[in-house]
Design a protein. Structure first.
Length: 115
């Protein structure tokens, strides 16, 4: 049974920072491909950032220069450092990891940015 658990969400003022973590547990080997998604109120789920097996990154335009995705392969953990947060970043943030060919999702962590 594979389980992904996000943490680090909360209430933050505009301009502030939060660091999200996503830890994978269960019968797994190393995870190389991690993705962070978010779903704001009334919005569709959108890809925020990801890091893939060859170390390449992707960031959606609205977070470039503010968010940084990273991973600790030994700990099966991914991080999303979020700086200069804006009210429009308010959302539930979810992580996704490919283990083999199967995508696993966490339950999400709420980030609320006040203006």
């Amino acid at each position: 049974q594979v389980r992904l658990v996000e943490s680090g969400g909360g209430l933050v003022e505009a301009g502030g920072s939060r660091r999200l973590s996503c830890v994978a547990s269960g019968n797994i080997d190393s995870i190389y491909d991690w993705s962070w998604y978010r779903q704001g109120p009334g919005n569709q789920r959108e890809l925020v950032a990801e890091i893939v097996s060859d170390g390449n990154y992707y960031y959606r335009d609205s977070v470039k220069g503010r968010f940084t995705v990273s991973r600790d392969i030994a700990k099966n953990t991914a991080y999303l450092q979020m700086n200069s947060l804006k009210p429009e970043d308010t959302a539930v943030y979810l992580c996704k990891a490919f283990i083999g060919i199967i995508a696993h999702w966490g339950q999400g962590t709420q980030v609320t940015v006040s203006s």
